[in-house]
Design a protein around this ligand. Structure first.
Ligand code: PMP
Length: 404
């Protein structure tokens, strides 16, 4: 049984006040809140296990190493990777994408083509533009329509035997659109291109099966899934991770070093130079355990209810326009009020204790498409309630009254 009031008790921050009002946290797409179970695991690590991993003979180091590697196994199981060495622990989605983009410098040549979607976060655009500058490869874009959906007919026309890589998010952070990644992957594979899926926004809502998807790379951040900031993961198929050169050089990622020649460690360590975020890596596993205990089916069903409830109410406010009306979307509502700047709406909501994000959401091409500077974005998680949505709707009405 899904009991939101019981779940909310796991999140200490949800009982604090902001500007004298109970906090209503609707900025979940930026980062999720942290349950006590994860906070306890952080404290437990520093109180009992703090040591550097992978190179100590002493007990603490071995215990910390075991916890870190057990977490990798949990992440492997969660994403259903075939091998644990296909899971690379990184500092987050941005790091994971840069790692792959850097590796492809060695695999692309001038005139090769790579395809991005119009719905991307800047972190899934800029590293690839840098890759094109380094290699002379050409970046092509799958366009979007007014509803915020990708135009698949154009996508299939863009594909050719020049296409080496396709990358798109699973879910758009700015609009909430769930992209048809199964189709995107299948079509890319027909021309022999690899696919990277940015799962930063999908992982808080659904449990991807990388083997079932047959995806080549899948990336995510722990802080979007009730874990800490500064840690994330890259799943890569073994064959691809073997082909890519290391991203950073340093300790941990080597087999042998001399001044004449260095040989690299096997996967996954080849991509994990230096002392990692050990606590973060361990606690990423705790966060995944927590979310699986709540249950991804429960999460999706409840969040869809919140999305419908909020959409129906917000739609009724005159002058309010929702951007992103895809049939298949998750619990993100991006909107504007008449000609009022999103920042002004966000500021009034903040005075009421309501946290939303305003601006371009690191997705300027989407804002350019709609010819707007930005939106107000309310993004819901499984610990939010309909009462909180009522507070948002009342707050938006108040903002409209004050600013019109
Ligand atoms: N991609 C998407 C779709 C995102 O929403 C985000 C975070 N807003 C990122 C990439 C970047 O994630 P991080 O900042 O954790 O590296």
């Amino acid at each position: 049984m899904f009991d939101v009031l019981k779940i909310r008790k796991d999140f200490p921050i949800l009982s604090r006040k902001v500007n004298g009002k109970p906090l209503v946290y609707f900025d979940n797409a930026a980062t999720s809140q942290t349950p006590q179970q994860v906070i306890d695991a952080i404290v437990n690590y520093y109180a009992n296990y703090n040591a550097n991993i992978h190179r100590g003979v002493h007990t603490l180091s071995q215990e910390a190493t075991d916890l870190y590697e057990q977490s990798r196994l949990k992440i492997q199981a969660h994403f259903n990777a075939k091998f644990s060495h296909e899971i690379i622990l990184t500092s987050g989605t941005t790091h994971s994408i840069n790692l792959v983009a850097n590796g492809f410098s060695a695999l692309l040549k001038k005139g090769d083509e790579i395809i991005v979607s119009a719905l991307e976060h800047h972190s899934n655009i800029v590293p690839w533009q840098m890759l094109c500058e380094r290699t002379g490869a050409i970046l092509k874009v799958i366009p979007m329509n007014e509803a915020g959906e990708l135009v698949m007919e154009t996508y299939t026309n863009l594909l050719s035997n020049k296409t080496k890589l396709v990358f798109t998010n699973h879910i758009s952070n700015a609009l909430g659109t769930i992209n048809p990644i199964e189709y995107i992957i299948e079509k890319a594979h027909e021309v022999g291109a690899a696919v990277l899926i940015d799962g930063a926004q999908s992982c808080p809502h659904i449990k991807p099966d990388v083997q079932d998807l047959d995806v080549d790379f899948y990336v995510a951040s722990a802080h979007k899934m009730c874990g800490p900031t500064g840690v994330g993961m890259l799943y890569g198929k073994e064959e691809w991770l073997k082909k890519l050169p290391p991203y950073q050089g340093g300790g941990e990622m080597i087999a042998e070093v001399s001044f004449e020649k260095t040989t690299y460690a096997d996967l996954p360590h080849k991509f994990e130079a230096g002392t990692p975020n050990i606590c973060g890596g361990i606690v990423f596993g705790t966060a995944i355990d927590y979310m699986n205990t709540v249950g991804f089916k429960n999460i999706a069903a409840y969040e869809n209810e919140l999305l419908d409830y909020a959409t129906n109410q917000l739609k009724q406010i005159e002058g309010l326009k929702i951007y992103g009306t895809a049939k298949n979307k998750t619990s993100v509502i991006s909107f504007n009020l008449d000609n009022i700047h999103p920042y002004d709406v966000g500021t009034i909501l903040d005075k009421l204790g309501i946290a939303v994000r305003t601006g371009h959401h690191c997705a300027q091409p989407i804002m350019d498409f709609y010819c707007i500077p930005g939106t107000v974005r309310a993004s819901f998680a499984f610990y939010n309630t309909k009462e909180e949505i009522d507070a948002l709707v009342a707050g938006v009405k108040k903002a409209k009254m004050m600013l019109s």
